[in-house]
Ligand binder design. Sequence first.
Ligand code: GDP
Length: 442
Amino acid sequence: MAFEGLTEKLSAAFKKLRGKGRLTEADVKEAMREIRVALLEADVNFKIVKQFVATVTERAVGSDVLESLTPAQMIVKIVNEELTNLMGSETAKLNISPKPPTVVMLVGLNGAGKTTNGAKLAGYMKKQHGKRPLLVACDTFRPAAITQLEVVGGQLDVPVFQMGQIDPIDIAKAGIEHARKHGNDIVFIDTAGRLHVDEELMEQLKDMKAAISPDEILLIVDAMIGQDAVNAAKTFDEALDITGVMLTKLDGDARGGAALSIKAVTGKPIKFVGVGEKLDQIEVFHPDRMASRILGMGDVLSLIEKAQQNFDMQKAAELEQKLRKNKFTLADFYEQLAQIKNMGSLADIAGMLPGVNAKALEGANVDERALARTEAIILSMTPAERENPSLLNNSRKKRIAAGSGTQVVDINRLLKQFEMMQQVTKQFSGGRMKRKAGLFGK
Ligand code: GDP
């Protein structure tokens, strides 16, 4: 995940301050120097770094920081607020037209992730906002783009409109008309890119903008290219007056410079981020939560939202009934695992927790393998075995081990854990739980 180095360096700077009862101006100066270096190493635009440090220093020295009882915390608070401001303070949403369909034009360089993330956006609007999106294939420059869009659209059950390799403006217009006729209330236009910013591309995109008057021009840009992403954003904005940015591949960007600089350089907000290759790996960009994440304060709100999106409340209620009646089986256990897996990798989840740094995550991968093994074992059982593990004699265990690529000892370990879990739930269902309503949030 992004910002690992930055989080570590900022924490180190704050830790030094924390050790002191009172701060002198020299302490503040030293901390600011470290913050400056940390931001530059994170590949943040140097002008922005200069401005940022000046603002934080001014607030730190000008306010009562030096006099306050917890000067270190005051500085963390100021840095947190200024990081939030830097990234845009408010969460920016897509511009939705009062007169459907909303037209979103997706622009960007080749390889930035336009096609994939166009589909992610369509899937997100469908799942989270109940929209009926249409993807329109106007990238007639890259030969495989149309097929690729059809494939990703198909995976999300989002229709794709295409007319082959004809004039992209004609396709865009026909696509919008098609949406109007078929009740699609949001249209994502996938446009052509180039390897580098070039005049011809900009002219084509300007013509398309003039022809379809989109509600939103969203620039898709790759976070991993750092300041080049910021420069691309600047050029696209100057030519097209974009309305927002989706920053992709944040999962692979250890530094985070683009995320921190784009708003300050272009004045245009980051609206979404792509955090993986899978089509559900998209997140709304919340500047305040991102700032907390950078400062190692965690992003508990995003974590809760993720849980709410992925946990099926109906199933949770059924599970609670089963626990009460002591009928929790391996099949239920498996369902729980599947729900946890839906939330993404354990490393991603852990990264949103306060106080968890990159180093602590290294161990998380091991757990993830254990999770996969447990899942494979349960999947290799027959339904009857999942309901009633006492059926599992030695020959059945051998069959399951062969089927799941594990050893009999792994199966025994799982059964032992499951037995312990049942014992605990038995104690709960014995009465304590009835009084203590609310295990699953009711
Ligand atoms: P386009 O040329 O701009 O249409 O780019 P594509 O949609 O074909 O994406 C280029 C590559 O980036 C593909 O391999 C995608 O799977 C990958 N990709 C897109 N978004 C993300 C992301 O958020 N994280 C990661 N790790 N890979 C991504």
